[in-house]
Design a protein. Structure first.
Length: 145
């Protein structure tokens, strides 16, 4: 059994807490436009370009999960989730800043406060927020010591 420290320094009981999600899929208006955006920002973190499957969906595969883009299967337009944010882990504040810069240069729009330090609940984080080409809110986050 593997014990993992929770942010509040509680011991969690097993290895299932090393990976919370199997996948995250976001709706897109235009897969190629969204793929170009995500290829660029995820490259900042060293991830390879997404792969388009036979159904036209785009997948970014990692050892710990999958990030995917899809035109909604119900035929309705993709819409952003009000109150929703998808966060990507970053290795440093500089990586967060580059992610933000690359995102804006590739069709994203800035939102929230400018990139910088946020403190609360005993944590110090360096964050940047963007909206992707479909309006989904995303962020890059670096946990600071």
């Amino acid at each position: 059994m593997v014990a993992v420290l929770h942010p509040e320094n509680q011991q969690l009981p097993d290895a299932r807490f090393l990976r919370m999600f199997s996948h995250i899929m976001l709706g897109a208006h235009d897969i190629q436009e969204s793929k170009a955006f995500y290829d660029a920002i995820l490259d900042v973190f060293g991830y390879p370009p997404g792969v388009i499957d036979e159904k036209g969906r785009c997948f970014y595969l990692t050892k710990t999960g999958v990030f995917a883009l899809s035109i909604p299967i119900d035929g309705n337009p993709a819409t952003k989730g009000n109150g929703s944010t998808i966060g990507f882990s970053a290795g440093s504040p500089e990586e967060v800043d580059k992610w933000h810069e690359v995102g804006i240069a590739n069709g994203g729009t800035t939102c929230e406060d400018p990139p910088g330090v946020r403190e609360g609940s005993g944590m110090k984080l360096y964050l940047a927020y963007l909206r992707d080409p479909a309006g989904n809110k995303i962020c890059a986050l670096h946990r600071m010591p």
